[in-house]
Design a binder for this molecule. Structure first.
Ligand code: FAD
Length: 432
């Protein structure tokens, strides 16, 4: 490395890549972001963040925290501001629309704190200075140097780039991960189907209120049932109700290269035919033609390490999870906070290539347990919501107790403690 200033390449400009870039720039570290798409972009769907993620945003950069709050939406009723979800009996066939039996409620300090993905990303993009992002750059592979030289990134268009270190934030189908594991055919290189899929929709709030009643439309609800569950929460400052309807299946997903496929509403009615009137009404509100999302994760073959030399995976690239905890993007933000704090340690730039390798090792060692636990716990949570969990089934008391314990261990973590642990690990590696 030529001088003391680091030059980091980030592959992928989703939530992980952008948040990491902003956090590093704030700490005076030079970054380049290589994104395969022609522009930054997110899908039109909601994403909820628990309190651990919101604290991690602040640690990455107060600007990210401010950007989030500009677009974040909490439950609309003041007395439900702290509700994560009301869990209701989606199978309650006797209850009129909007009056399903309340099974239990989970609360956090901010309740369901959700954004429209595209709006949040737009706010993040505003924090990325000109000249940092490079579009239409699909990473094919990487080359590590023999000595202290630069790491090479080779793109599909035949161009190359160099950096002191590369962080793969390239999502669930990460090329960085496949490279690290030794090729596309290696276990763990490709994500696996969890045998659940989801339909998603965004409903104008007034329609939702008219059809479902104000409490159901304006506050977060989780409708539990056999082999399926539907969640709704407000986004867009209460202008829109986000819907995600999950269902279990025994069939394989037809084509792992495409994780979404177009479908028709009649299939949603078929899947949720045994659910009660409230769920039927939610389905009525969905568009006639909609997308079905396969739920894949990296749970079958967790990575043994997120680092190799001066290359590291972060976010979904390292630990893509099913979404049942509503914590996948939040844990990516924790990753970014930890990584940026490690890279900003003065001893790292001074130690050159060895310092960067040490950072990535420390990052991997301190993040693996929590992030991979999340992947496993999310699978279990999906089963709890769908009355399929072994030893639990439809026992509401047990579902409540297990969900609460799992969620609280996600929400309760303090980013300051996670960073301190990582820094301790880094110091030990550098001293060894
Ligand atoms: P991605 O968002 O996948 O971004 C990867 C980026 O890298 C993309 O821009 C892509 O174009 C780019 N890229 C990929 N390959 C290459 C390449 N070879 N070269 C260059 N660029 C490349 N999480 C929550 O916290 N709360 C929720 O409520 C929630 N709900 C969810 C609901 C569903 C149905 C799903 C599927 C997920 C949900 N998640 C949720 C999880 C969350 O969406 C992900 O954890 C998060 O978006 C991952 O961000 P990322 O930036 O790591 O990856």
């Amino acid at each position: 490395m030529d001088d003391d200033s680091l030059n980091i390449a980030i592959v992928g400009g989703g939530i992980s890549g952008l948040v990491l870039a902003i956090a590093l720039i704030r700490r005076g570290i030079k970054v380049q972001v290589y994104e395969q798409a022609h522009a930054f972009g997110e899908i039109g769907a909601g994403v909820a963040f628990g309190p651990n993620s919101v604290r991690a945003m602040q640690a990455c950069s107060p600007d990210i925290h401010t950007a989030f709050h500009k677009v974040a939406t909490r439950n609309q009723w003041p007395d439900k501001r702290n509700v994560w979800f009301d869990f209701v009996d989606g199978y309650d066939k006797d209850a009129p629309v909007g009056k399903e039996k309340l099974l239990f409620t989970l609360t956090t300090e901010d309740g369901a704190n959700a954004v429209h993905r595209a709006h949040f990303l737009d706010e993040l993009v505003k924090l990325v200075p000109d000249g940092v992002a490079h579009f239409k750059k699909h990473l094919d592979t990487l080359k590590l140097p023999d000595g202290d030289g630069k790491v090479k990134l080779l793109f599909h268009d035949g161009t190359e780039a160099e950096a002191d270190a590369v962080i793969g934030c390239d999502g669930i189908k990460s090329r960085t991960r496949a490279w690290m594991l030794g090729g596309d055919d290696k276990p763990g290189a490709a994500p696996v189907y969890t045998y659940k899929y989801a339909y998603r929709g965004l409903i104008p709030m007034q329609r939702a209120v008219d059809e479902l009643g104000e409490d159901n439309a304006k506050n977060a609800k989780m409708h539990l049932g056999q082999d399926g569950h539907i969640l709704t929460f407000p986004v867009n400052k209460g202008e829109t109700m986000n819907v995600v309807a999950f269902h279990a299946t025994e069939d394989d997903w037809p084509d792992a290269r495409h994780l979404t496929r177009s479908t028709e509403k009649k299939h949603v009615y078929e899947d949720f035919g045994d659910f009660g009137p409230t769920v039927q009404k939610i389905i009525d509100l969905l568009e006639p033609n909609l997308d079905c999302w396969a739920i894949f994760d990296t749970g079958d073959h967790p990575m043994e390490a997120y680092n190799q030399g001066r290359v590291c995976c972060l976010g979904d690239a390292a630990h893509a999870t099913s979404p049942h905890h509503g914590a996948g993007a939040g844990i990516c933000i924790e990753d970014a906070a930890v990584m940026s704090e490690l890279l900003a340690e003065p001893s790292v730039a001074q130690a050159g290539a060895r310092g960067l390798e040490a950072v990535f090792r420390a990052f991997s060692e301190c993040r693996r347990e929590r992030t991979q636990w999340l992947v496993r716990s999310s699978r279990r949570t999906g089963e709890l919501y769908e009355w399929r969990a072994e030893g639990v089934g439809r026992d509401v008391g047990k579902i409540f107790a297990e969900c609460r314990e799992r969620d609280e261990s996600i929400w309760g973590s303090r980013i300051g403690d996670l960073v301190a642990e990582a820094k301790g690990g880094l110091a030990a590696i550098l001293e060894a």
